[in-house]
Design a protein around this ligand. Structure first.
Ligand SMILES: [Zn+2]
Length: 124
């Protein structure tokens, strides 16, 4: 991930949405997931109060704007995730951290590196 490049062109008030490269991203601990709901019939994402990765207050999980249906869907997602041990990130309705995420080390691995057997086969 090229956090420095993103941070370099990011205005001060948007920095809550971008990880500090010195501290790493919550995603680098392997305990975070970004997700939304989608309609099984259309295959399209459900409308929330803001769009994914939007850098505005509409991304806050308790943002009071939007339609009541958008807020209901956003809250439904949060309640379902909380029931499985995840906590919503205070600035992004789509970002959830699994419990105890702070206790996991910051890593920067590729997906192929996660599978030990595949990595060994590749090295041979
Ligand atoms: Zn995230």
């Amino acid at each position: 991930m090229h956090f420095q490049a993103i941070l370099g062109c990011n205005p001060e008030d948007k920095r809550i949405f971008v990880a500090d490269p010195k501290e790493g991203s919550r995603h680098n601990r392997g305990c975070a997931v970004d997700l939304t709901l989608y309609d099984l019939k259309t295959g399209k994402p459900i409308e929330m109060t803001g769009v994914y990765d939007e850098m505005s207050e509409r991304s806050y999980p308790f943002y009071p704007g939007g339609t009541s249906l958008e807020r209901w869907h956003r809250d439904l997602l949060r309640h379902v995730m909380e029931s499985e041990g995840f906590q919503v990130y205070e600035f992004e309705w789509w970002h959830f951290d699994y419990k105890d995420w702070q206790h996991y080390p910051i890593l920067n691995l590729k997906f192929e590196d996660l599978n030990g057997a595949a990595a060994m086969k590749k090295a041979a």
